[in-house]
Design a protein around this ligand. Structure first.
Ligand code: GLV
Length: 329
């Protein structure tokens, strides 16, 4: 395909690179198996027709200006796209795409792994055994929370939130959710009820976060919301770290305001609040929600196909700013 070379900001699964090759696209993968620093990124982005970006690559006005006016598409290798200033991209006629659907089930599985691990103190138990501190069965050792028949609060009942809710059938849970719109299939199939955030916080035994990070959801969970939760509550976030106030969460966990948390995301990744690091009732994972081999292959293929379609002048399947193609209303 005759266009300026594409930048892939870090090595992704071969399946995606093969798609780019098959389409005859010229591309460079940032040299080492690490992400470029901001300075490196700004140095290598000029003149590109497309960028296959990762979720921590900040694609803002400065990055778009550095890329130049020939840039036609930013294809995000993630479903979340809070790293991209869509308005700035749209203003410049740059198509933006993401990778929804293909990671829904893997991420929902990870949310449940965290729910179970936090509720049943799995990681604490593992650490105890490895430290040689298991001295035999004890009646009062590592007592956690029951899940069967309890209430699950889903914050953001989109694809992933719905998949997490569907899995709760195995635990016969009552499902509450918050969302800007009614999710008819959740209400019909699971008897789920849409409630306000305060009600969800006060009535749920497990709160699982699945909304996108936007201005309105930044620090949606702070001291006030944790204070409304049950002292036995388990808080899980597999969406984006800044949706909760990490320092407030750490304090709530330390002070027994809630029982436990399972986190796959952090407010300032890869940094983690030092207090959180010390707490046994926090299960901490390094942002691996979609990290299964088949899922990452599908993400790579989806990201590549979105980019190829955009550079061919076609409409990519997962276009986030259709106004670029359709014109502004
Ligand atoms: C991962 O966090 C994603 O948004 O795909």
């Amino acid at each position: 395909m005759a266009c300026a070379p594409v930048l892939v900001t870090r090595r992704i699964p071969e399946a995606g690179l093969q798609c780019l090759l098959d389409a005859g696209l010229e591309f460079d993968v940032f040299a080492d198996d690490r992400s470029p620093s901001r300075e490196e990124f700004l140095r290598i982005v000029p003149g590109r027709s497309g960028i296959l970006a990762l979720l921590h690559d900040r694609i803002d006005a400065e990055a778009l200006d550095a890329a130049g006016p020939q840039l036609r598409c930013v294809s995000n290798f993630a479903v979340g796209y809070n790293n991209i200033d869509i308005e700035e991209a749209t203003r410049r006629g740059v198509l933006v795409t993401n990778t929804p659907d293909v990671l829904t089930e893997a991420t929902a599985d990870l949310a449940w792994s965290l729910i179970m691990a936090a509720a049943r103190r799995i990681c604490e138990g593992d650490r105890m055994v490895r430290a040689g501190e298991f001295h035999g069965w004890e009646p009062m050792m590592l007592l956690g929370q029951d899940l069967v028949g309890k209430t699950l609060g889903i914050v953001g009942a989109g694809r992933i939130g719905s998949a997490v809710a569907r899995r709760s059938r195995g635990w016969e849970m009552r499902v509450l959710y918050t969302d800007s719109s009614v999710n008819e299939s959740l209400e019909r199939d699971l008897g789920a009820s849409r409630v306000d955030l305060d009600t969800l916080c006060s009535e749920s035994d497990v709160i699982s976060v699945h909304c996108p990070l936007m201005e309105e959801t930044h620090h949606l969970f702070g001291a006030d919301q944790f204070g409304r939760m049950k002292t036995t509550a388990v808080f899980v976030n597999t969406a984006r770290g800044p949706i909760h106030d990490e320092a407030a969460l750490a304090q709530a966990l330390r002070d027994g305001v809630i029982a436990a948390a399972g986190l796959d995301v952090f407010e300032r990744e890869p940094s983690v609040d030092p207090l959180l690091m010390e707490l046994d009732n926090a299960v901490l994972l390094p942002h691996i929600g979609s990290a299964t081999r088949p899922t990452r292959d599908r993400m790579a293929i989806t990201a590549a196909e979105n980019l190829i379609a955009a550079l061919r002048g076609e409409r990519p399947a997962n276009l986030l700013n259709p106004e670029v193609i359709e014109g502004r209303p």
